[in-house]
Design a protein around this ligand. Structure first.
Ligand SMILES: [Zn+2]
Length: 150
């Protein structure tokens, strides 16, 4: 008779002192697939040694920071223009930096979010180079705007 998932779980826990992922109760020697302490059903799964998510998370933080920064500055300056008129704000260069930054970082976010799995298959230099580039690109708009505006 072939081994079931439950048999593999029992074999695995026969030798190892693993805590229940829900309540931390020691599952060593467990018979069956239910935690005796909290009653949650348990399963054995395969995990990655190094999930390789760091570069994607780093890129996501950079892009989100650029997008959030651009969005807040855009709202703030639209309110200032509405209250005090265009003269308060001034130049078209600043406007391009601000709304260009908002558009670029927003587009990056739309591309970056579904890219997690694909990025994890790339080599380490390619992952970090892409994540750093994406984060830098997202931050250029709002930083240029702050440099331009007085
Ligand atoms: Zn438990």
């Amino acid at each position: 008779m072939p081994k079931t998932d439950r048999d593999f779980l029992t074999d695995y826990l026969a030798q190892r002192d693993e805590p229940c992922p829900s309540c931390r109760y020691s599952l060593k020697g467990l018979q069956g697939n239910v935690c005796p302490e909290c009653g949650q059903a348990l399963m054995l799964r395969v995990g990655l040694v190094e999930p390789r998510l760091a570069a994607w998370v780093f890129g996501l933080i950079g892009i989100s920071a650029g997008f959030g920064f651009s969005l807040l500055l855009s709202i703030y300056f639209l309110l200032l223009i509405a209250a005090y008129g265009w003269d308060y704000f001034g130049g078209i260069t600043e406007l391009i930096a601000l709304f260009g930054g908002l558009t670029v970082s927003g587009a990056e976010l739309a591309v970056w979010l579904p890219m997690r799995r694909r990025l994890c298959r790339w080599g380490t230099p390619a992952r970090w180079f892409t994540a750093s580039g994406a984060a830098t690109l997202a931050l250029i708009g709002p930083i240029a705007f702050l440099g331009l505006v007085r």
